[in-house]
Design a protein around this ligand. Structure first.
Ligand code: NAD
Ligand code: MG
Length: 299
């Protein structure tokens, strides 16, 4: 039998401890297609057991990395998926659309820049139309550009990081809510950076703390309506964001090695966390931050 996420195994060895070469650079947002080494998004291993039967999910940043792994997991768990991504990521998005369709589910492709309010709102409307409703929203798109000195952090970058990571989440959630009934689930991607900020990620880490806080407040507001809000806080996961100036280049070979598990995470290792929070099986889990970070202590 082929290995899947249920195969009993040593987590330190489930995936190799990668040493990505520092001589790789991609213009933002970066493509999975060109990443060295490639990532594991569960395309060959994630086995569904019907945990999201018939659900309709919108996932932002679903073309690559974590969002792509979540999209594949959801489709394998029998959900239809709308994928939001930037137009330049069409190549990556097409791969994920194909995997979703091969899993027997519907895929709705939604290219567009969600850091623009009108486009973000339009994107939600198209998702609802394409899926015939909405039960799950995953705000996962994100911008992360490393910058060593605050004096070099441009006003434009600060603004774009806020718009992409925080404003878009607000616009998209606000537009999606009228379509979400009791039983629906909202999951936002935060980060270990929310409470352990790296000195070179001031703007980014600030947004991740905001996402955590926004989610914990909104979770209380929406719980009486039967809509659950939770977050997932990944540690170091190997994705295109890391090589499109998300990390200082010299840090790439060591990426993820300082975690207790001794290796970077592969995107597919996040799939089950999002599936759990999306599914009614987590009915009493509200306002939670689910850390998936290789063993780093969290508050
Ligand atoms: P990724 O590059 O694969 O995904 C980020 C995606 O965001 C892109 O694919 C892109 O489609 C989308 N995006 C960015 N700007 C956009 C815009 N203006 N309009 C529309 N879409 C836009 O990288 P990833 O690491 O999978 O990132 C996914 C999320 O996970 C991000 O929120 C990131 O902050 C978070 N995260 C990642 C890590 C990690 O180690 N990789 C750790 C913690 C949190
Ligand atoms: Mg991408």
């Amino acid at each position: 039998m082929a290995e899947d996420q249920y195969t009993f195994q040593d987590p330190t060895k489930r995936f190799p401890s990668i040493s990505p070469p520092e001589e790789q650079d991609q213009p933002e947002p970066g493509l999975d297609e060109w990443l060295n080494p490639h990532t594991d998004r569960g395309q060959d291993s994630y086995r569904g057991t019907g945990r999201l039967e018939g659900r309709r999910a919108l996932i932002t940043g679903a073309d690559s990395g974590i969002g792509a792994a979540v999209a594949i997991s959801f489709a394998r768990e029998s959900a239809d998926v709308a994928l939001s991504y930037l137009p330049v990521e069409e190549e990556d998005a097409r791969d994920i659309v194909k995997i979703i369709e091969e899993s027997g589910r519907k895929a709705v492709a939604l290219p567009g820049d969600i850091s623009d309010a009108s486009k973000a709102k339009e994107m939600v409307a198209k998702a609802v139309e394409g899926l015939g409703g909405l039960d799950i929203l995953v705000n996962n798109a994100g911008k992360q550009i490393s910058c060593e000195r605050l004096e070099d952090l441009s006003d434009e970058q600060f603004d774009e990081t806020m718009k992409t990571n925080v404003y878009a989440m607000f616009w998209i959630t606000k537009s999606a809510l009228p379509h979400m009934e009791a039983g629906s689930s909202i999951i936002n991607t935060t980060s270990i950076q929310a409470y352990k900020p790296s000195p070179d990620k001031i703007d980014y880490a600030t947004t991740k703390a905001a996402i955590n806080n926004f989610s914990k407040g909104l979770a209380q507001q929406l719980a009486p309506r039967g809509i659950r809000v939770n977050t997932v806080a990944p540690g170091p996961f190997w994705t295109p964001l890391q090589v499109s100036d998300g990390q200082p280049k010299e840090k790439l070979p060591q990426f993820g090695k300082s975690t207790p598990l001794g290796r970077a995470g592969q995107p597919t290792e996040l799939g089950p966390a999002y599936v759990f929070l999306a599914s009614p099986e987590s009915s009493y889990v509200v306002g939670e931050t689910l850390n998936v970070n290789g063993g780093q202590p969290t508050p």
